[in-house]
Write a protein that binds this ligand. Structure first.
Ligand code: ADP
Ligand code: MG
Length: 829
């Protein structure tokens, strides 16, 4: 407990005083040395403890900071002792002789300052006199480091890697017996000079799949279902649909090619339209949620797996398609798994429909078994050997380690681009910022480093940057999410940095709660990531974890999403497709029965299903919206409260995600003030979002207005786009567009109608307790209500960072729960 801790600290302090008193008797030199030694020992223990604890666990930001700080101090103190050694021949104990792995540059700027702060704090103690003398010494030492540092800077950027991370070369992942083909590399160069289209044609012919074109077409001709396996980058996604088009399959209908990720669908469609020399959206198009870039002409349609799933709603036999290619099947996303069941089913009564299941890994047998022993077509890979390196010791801060490693590679390794796997947008942006800062600091001493981020929400026009060829003499570093693991292939990557983490949804079927978590990847993922470096020549992979971690802590394969997610959305879709018996649906890997029941229970609570499990009118209307059931229920319920127009604005803003407001570093106060304006009267986050939208609309969708209010124009435009589509869907389900924006209770009641399962009640200590399945949660600091703490709230979602936080929160009256969901909540008497 807190008391015990304080007591312990007091005790330690007393002991320390005794120590020091004893020490006073020895010479000042001696005293300083002993003290430092002691500090060093303590620090080392702390670091080791925390590193041990850290193994495989994600630290909070505060803990990371603390650990970093301790490491910095540790190194600083250690060095100072070494300096002292030179003077009086004091020997360092062996055990201290290890490196904390902290970057030099920052260590000097930050640690020195912090050390000074600590020293200043220590001045308050009764031994001030002694300390003053000590501080003087520290000052001298610091100065020395300062100048030493400067000298190094001019000394061939040595300091960049003076503090490098130690890697152990573990093994070489074999290639596929190919020699590095100079000629081919050379002709790649030459092809750049030709006309764009010719050059693309040349490139197409060099893809590993090209020699197998005719064989592949023959196999498709002969078999209705075909499983296709090939290394990432062999040309499956971009080439197969074109081959089929050239062979005439598009005369009978469109070719669909599904992708688990929106960015992949967009980017691949763009590439294929270039290769075919047509305008994107004409013969080649893409369709992702809220964005349909296709036309009457479209023959090759790249789409997210979720969108194809929705197409079944309008066209249960997919009559307008002649071929369906379920691509990236190994990813096993929820939608892909459901698609498997559906396409398997229709292939039986549509013998003319060709079905291709393509995958980058060796799960092929499993797919083949599932599709009644469909033949497997293997595209021989063309992979070069990849050298695998592990770190010697676990890295406390993988982001920092990734950055240091990237710089290390840049300065020490021969040309070739770098691919870094990070977990999400926020992390990528941070890394981008730090890298820019550090390379700027190095000026012209190092070759140019082009930093290219790629993640799902990256604006389309910036996405193509990662594919641009790297200029002569420069090096590209791509900061990517999992998307670059198999969905996207970036040419020229020679080095891969793999911190070993990805962001994954996790779902607790007992409570029905879903959270995004940073999770260790699987061995299969790690192999895929490493493989990305050996596509155009021998590569190197730097894993920021130890070989021990790899062998003992990583699972072999990633658990399919269907077994770790909320199924309400899928169940609603399947029900509206007329599939009632979900327990006997032909799943490749069935979801836990508990999760299915939970989904049914939620849909029943939302009145989307009746007691017999049949779709109700409400459910039928909900299914029209490509949104989570709670959001679609909120929209359908707004009819009753006459505020449908306000509610779709809120739903659209929520769908954009957390990228509406921004806080420039130098203007955080302004930004926060601007933001709080929308919260006047503690209206709650949902209504604040509506106000933002309405004010923007009143400004005539002005960009200037967005600047003035620290709001991202791009996000707003996207919200408007989504809002308009939702308005179209309202018309389809015959709900009138009405606004009632002054009656906040009406709006809040609509929200509650969808989100009552997400209600929480304030506790005495300022935390909240969720009502249905009691769990402690907190209002996210970014919420307008985080200082207000209303007694009852509904929230949009939970995110687990340092705590379990509710994001997007609105106050609620408890009697509404009973009024709106009497079957779910009852009054306690
Ligand atoms: P696979 O699906 O087998 O992994 P792809 O068909 O996606 O392979 O990739 C084949 C080639 O096309 C790769 O060399 C890749 O670099 C290139 N490519 C794919 N998409 C793009 C794009 N948007 N821009 C430039 N090149 C691309
Ligand atoms: Mg692909």
């Amino acid at each position: 407990t807190q008391k015990e801790k304080e007591e312990e600290i007091r005790r330690n302090k007393a002991l320390e005083k005794d120590d020091i008193r004893a020490l006073r008797k020895v010479s000042r030199q001696e005293y300083l040395k002993k003290r430092e030694e002691k500090k060093l020992e303590e620090l080392r223990d702390d670091i080791e403890d925390e590193q041990y604890l850290f193994d495989g666990v994600k630290l909070t930001e505060a803990e990371k900071r603390d650990l970093r700080y301790k490491k910095e101090i540790y190194n600083l103190v250690k060095e100072r002792m070494e300096e002292a050694d030179n003077v009086n021949e004091y020997r360092m104990p062996e055990a201290y002789d290890r490196d904390g792995g902290v970057n030099q540059e920052r260590r000097f700027s930050v640690a020195v300052q912090r050390y000074r702060d600590t020293a200043a704090e220590e001045k308050m103690n009764p031994f001030a006199e002694q300390e003053a003398w000590e501080e003087h010494q520290i000052g001298k030492a610091t100065l020395k480091y300062g100048s030493k540092n400067k000298k190094q800077a001019s000394d061939d950027y040595q300091f960049v890697f003076e503090d490098q991370i130690d890697f152990i070369k573990a093994s070489v992942m074999d290639g596929d017996n190919v020699d590095y083909d100079e000629e081919m590399a050379d002709s790649f160069e030459k092809s750049k000079a030709k006309s764009a289209l010719e050059a693309l044609l040349d490139e197409r012919k060099k893809l590993p799949i090209y020699p197998y074109r005719d064989e592949l077409l023959k196999a498709v001709e002969e078999h209705q279902v075909l499983v296709i396996v090939g290394e990432t980058g062999s040309g499956k996604t971009t080439q197969i649909p074109q081959y089929l088009h050239e062979a005439g399959y598009t005369k009978r209908g469109m070719i669909a090619c599904t992708q688990p990720r929106r960015v992949a669908a967009m980017s691949v469609a763009a590439r294929v339209s270039q290769e075919m020399g047509v305008k994107l959206g004409h013969e080649v198009g893409y369709s992702i949620r809220f964005e349909d870039c296709t036309s009457e002409k479209t023959m090759l349609k790249y789409m997210t797996d979720g969108m194809l799933l929705r197409e079944f709603l309008g066209e249960p036999d997919l009559a307008s398609y002649s071929v369906v290619m379920v691509d990236e099947a190994h990813e096993r996303t929820l939608s892909t798994d459901i698609l498997f069941g559906l396409v398997k089913d229709i292939s039986r009564f549509r013998p003319d429909l060709k079905l291709l299941i393509s995958s980058a890994t060796l799960d092929a047998e499993k797919f083949s078994d599932y599709f009644d022993s469909a033949p497997i077509f293997k595209i021989p890979g063309r992979r070069y050997p990849v050298e695998i390196n592990f770190t010697k010791a676990p890295e406390a801060d993988y982001l920092d380690a990734a950055i240091v490693t990237a710089l290390q590679i840049h300065v020490t390794q021969p040309p070739g681009d770098i691919l870094v796997f990070l977990t999400g947008q926020e992390e990528i942006e941070t890394a981008e910022e730090i890298l820019k800062h550090r390379t700027r600091g190095l000026g012209t001493k190092i070759a140019e480093l082009m930093i290219c981020p790629i993640y799902a929400n990256l604006p389309t026009e910036l996405q193509s940057k990662i594919f641009e060829p790297t200029p002569e003499g420069a090096r590209k570093v791509v900061l990517a999410t999992n998307i670059a693991e198999t969905s996207l292939t970036i040419d020229g990557i020679k080095y891969v940095i793999d911190p070993g983490f990805c962001k994954m949804k996790s779902y607790n079927p007992r409570t029905g709660m879903e959270s995004l978590l940073v999770t260790p990847i699987s061995k299969a993922s790690a192999m895929q990531r490493a493989g990305r470096s050996g596509r155009t020549g021998p590569g190197k992979c730097f894993r920021l974890y130890t070989a021990y971690n790899y062998h003992n802590d990583l699972d072999d394969n990633t658990v399919p999403e269907i077994q770790r997610t909320n199924l309400a959305n899928v169940v609603l879709t399947l029900k509206s497709l007329g599939i009632h018996d979900l327990l006997h649906f032909d799943f490749m890997d069935p979801p836990p029965a508990e999760a299915l029941l939970k989904a049914l229970e939620l849909l029943f609570a939302l009145s989307a299903l009746n007691k017999l499990g049949e779709l109700t009118k409400v459910g039928r209307r909900m299914a029209e919206f490509p949104l989570d059931p709670m959001l679609s229920k909120m929209i359908v319920a707004s009819e009753k409260y006459k505020c449908s127009e306000d509610i779709i604005a809120i739903a659209a803003m929520l769908s954009v995600g957390n990228s509406i407001f921004y806080r420039p570093k130098d203007k955080q106060v302004h930004a926060d003030n601007a933001r709080m304006n929308f919260h006047t009267g503690n209206v709650g986050d949902h209504v604040a979002l509506m106000k933002v939208y309405n004010s923007w609309k009143e400004s005539n969708y002005s960009t200037q207005w967005c600047y003035e209010n620290y709001i991202q124009v791009r996000s707003m435009k996207r919200a408007r786009d989504i809002r308009d589509q939702l308005a179209g869907l309202l018309e389809r389900v015959e709900i009138e567009l009405t606004s009632n924006s002054s009656d906040l209770d009406a709006i809040k009641k609509s929200i509650t109608s969808g989100f009552f399962p997400h209600s929480a009640r304030l506790q005495k200590n300022g935390s909240y307790r969720t009502v249905k399945h009691p769990q402690t949660v907190h209002i996210h600091p970014s919420s307008g209500l985080s200082q207000v703490l209303p007694r009852w709230v509904v929230y949009h979602e939970l995110v687990l960072t340092t705590k379990e936080y509710m994001r997007q929160v609105t106050e609620l009256k408890p009697e509404w729960l009973v009024e709106i969901a009497p079957h779910y909540y009852q009054l306690k008497d």
